[in-house]
Design a protein around this ligand. Structure first.
Ligand code: GLU
Length: 435
C-alpha cells in the first residue's frame, strides 16, 4: 500500500532490502514506534523522518593480527536523530552485530535519551567480531582503527560513543586517545564510560544496573506500596548490567534466585550469593559449574517461578514461544529490545507489567550525560552526588511514565514511547525542515 507520508519515495527500511531480509529487531523497533505514532495524532508528514536514521556509516577496519595476518572487520555507526542535541549512544563489539541491529539500537537510543530528558539525539555503533577471541593488542588495534574510520562523524558536540556489549572503559580510553592524537587536542567529552583516571565519572560502571534497581524500587513503592524485601528475582545475563542490578537488588533485601550467561544459568531458591557468583564469573568467564545452585538453561530461567524477571542480555530473548510460559508478574527490561512485539502483546494479555527498556535501562546513558557535563566543566562530582542525581532522574522518568499510563489507561511501553516520541517530534517540528 502507498505510504501517504512518502508520496515520492519509500521509507528507509524498504530501501536496501527485500522484505524478508529485514532484520527482525529493526522491524520490531519500527513496530513499537509506528504503533504510538498512529495513535498520537501526530502529523503523518513527519513519520518517515522520525523513523529513518539520519546517517548510516559502514566502515572496514583492517587489523594486523598477532600471527601476522590481516583481518578486515566491518563496523557501523548509525546516527538516528539529533533534533534534541548531539548524537549519543554505545558501541557494541559482538558477533551478532549487523547494520539493521545497529539501526534498531540507534532508534531506541533516541527515544531513551528523550524519555529521561537528556539533551541528546540517539546513535549506536557496532563492530562484527568475537571479542573474546581477540588478544588485548588486537582489540586495541581494532578499536583505534574503528575510531579513525568514524572520526568524521564523532566529536564532543557531534556524536559521543560509550560502552555497550563487549566494550568497556579501556575501549573508551583507546577511543579517547585516538581522537586526541588525530585532532591534536584533548577532548575529554568525545566518549563517556572512560576510566575515572581519564576523566570518567564515578558510578558509571554500575549505572545501568543501578538505574534498573531505582525504577523497580519506585514502581513497587508508588504502585504496590511495598519495598523489594523478599521478592524473588530472576536475572538473564550476568554482564555488567545483570551483575550490578542483581547485586543492588540483593542489597535491598530482594532474593536473586536465578542468574545466567549465554551458556546457561543456576537456580537456588534460597537466593544466590551475588558477590561470590560475580567473582566466579570473572575468574571463569562463565557460570557453568558454579557450585551454589542447580544448573538450568536460559529458557528455564526465563520461565522459572519468580516475582520479577529481568532480561539483561540481548534483543529478542522473550519471543512468542517463551512469553506464554513466563511466570513472573513483572518484567524489567535491562537489555535493549528483549521483548518482541508478539511477546509484548502476550505479556499484556497475561497481566504482566513490563517496565520497558527505554525507561528501565536509561541509567547508563544518564550517568554518561553526567560524565559529559563534568568533562566540559572540568569539575568532577563525588559518588554520592552521581547516585543522588541518577535516582532523581530515574524517579522523575518513572513518575512521568506512570502518570501517562494512568491518564491514557495504557501499558508502560506505550506510555514511555508516547512521551519520548512526542518530545522528539516536537523538537523536529520546531526546527523545521532544512533548507
Ligand atoms: N550502551 C548504553 C545504552 O544502551 C549506554 C549508552 C551511553 O552511555 O551513551 O543505553
Amino acid at each position: 500500500m502507498a505510504d501517504a507520508s512518502q508520496p515520492n519515495g519509500r521509507r528507509f527500511d524498504q530501501l536496501a532490502h527485500k522484505p524478508d531480509e529485514i532484520n527482525k529487531f529493526w522491524r520490531n523497533a519500527n513496530f513499537f514506534f509506528d504503533r504510538v505514532y498512529q495513535t498520537m495524532g501526530l502529523d503523518p508528514l513527519y513519520r518517515a523522518y522520525l523513523s529513518s536514521p539520519k546517517r548510516v556509516l559502514t566502515v572496514s577496519c583492517p587489523v594486523r593480527m598477532d600471527n601476522g595476518s590481516i583481518q578486515v572487520f566491518t563496523g557501523y555507526r548509525v546516527q538516528h536523530n539529533n533534533a534534541r542535541g548531539p548524537f549519543k549512544g554505545g558501541l557494541r563489539f559482538d558477533t551478532e552485530v549487523d547494520r539493521d541491529e545497529v539501526m534498531a539500537l540507534a532508534m531506541l537510543q533516541t527515544w531513551k535519551n528523550a524519555l529521561v530528558e537528556l539533551p541528546y539525539g540517539g546513535a549506536k555503533g557496532g563492530v562484527v567480531c568475537d571479542v573474546k577471541k581477540l588478544s588485548l593488542n588486537e582489540k586495541e588495534a581494532l578499536t583505534r582503527r574503528y575510531t579513525a574510520e568514524i572520526m568524521p562523524v564523532i566529536g564532543p558536540f557531534d556524536d559521543i560513543p560509550a560502552p555497550d556489549l563487549g566494550t568497556d572503559s579501556q575501549v573508551m580510553a583507546w577511543m579517547l586517545d585516538t581522537y586526541s592524537m588525530m585532532t591534536g587536542r584533548q577532548a575529554l567529552s568525545v566518549v563517556t564510560g572512560k576510566p575515572v583516571a581519564l576523566g570518567g565519572s564515578c558510578g558509571r560502571e554500575e549505572a545501568t544496573g543501578r538505574g534498573v534497581m531505582y525504577v523497580l524500587k519506585r514502581f513497587m513503592e508508588v504502585t504496590q506500596h511495598r519495598s523489594l524485601e523478599g521478592m524473588k528475582i530472576a536475572v538473564q545475563g550476568f554482564g555488567q548490567v545483570g551483575f550490578h542490578a542483581s547485586r543492588l537488588l540483593d542489597e535491598l533485601g530482594a532474593q536473586v534466585i536465578a542468574i545466567s550467561d549465554k551458556f546457561g544459568g543456576i537456580f537456588n531458591e534460597n537466593g544466590i550469593d551475588i558477590e561470590s557468583a560475580g567473582q566466579y564469573y570473572r575468574e571463569n568467564g562463565q557460570l557453568t559449574d558454579y557450585p551454589e545452585g542447580d544448573a538450568i538453561s536460559n529458557e528455564e530461567l526465563l520461565t522459572c517461578e519468580c516475582d520479577v524477571l529481568i532480561p539483561a542480555a540481548r534483543e529478542n530473548t522473550i519471543d512468542s514461544t517463551i512469553a506464554p510460559h513466563i511466570q513472573a508478574k513483572i518484567v524489567v527490561e535491562a537489555a535493549n529490545g528483549p521483548t518482541t512485539p508478539e511477546a509484548d502483546q502476550i505479556l499484556c494479555e497475561q497481566g504482566v507489567t513490563v517496565l520497558p527498556d527505554i525507561l528501565a535501562n536509561a541509567g547508563g546513558v544518564t550517568v554518561s550525560y553526567f560524565e559529559w557535563v563534568q568533562g566540559l566543566d572540568n569539575y568532577f562530582w563525588d559518588l554520592d552526588r552521581v547516585r543522588a542525581e541518577l535516582q532523581r532522574v530515574m524517579n522523575r522518568a518513572f513518575d512521568t511514565v506512570n502518570a501517562k499510563a494512568d491518564e491514557s489507561d495504557c501499558d508502560y511501553r506505550t506510555a514511555a514511547y508516547t512521551i519520548a516520541v512526542g518530545r522528539v517530534a516536537e523538537a523536529v517540528r520546531l526546527k523545521g525542515i532544512f533548507p
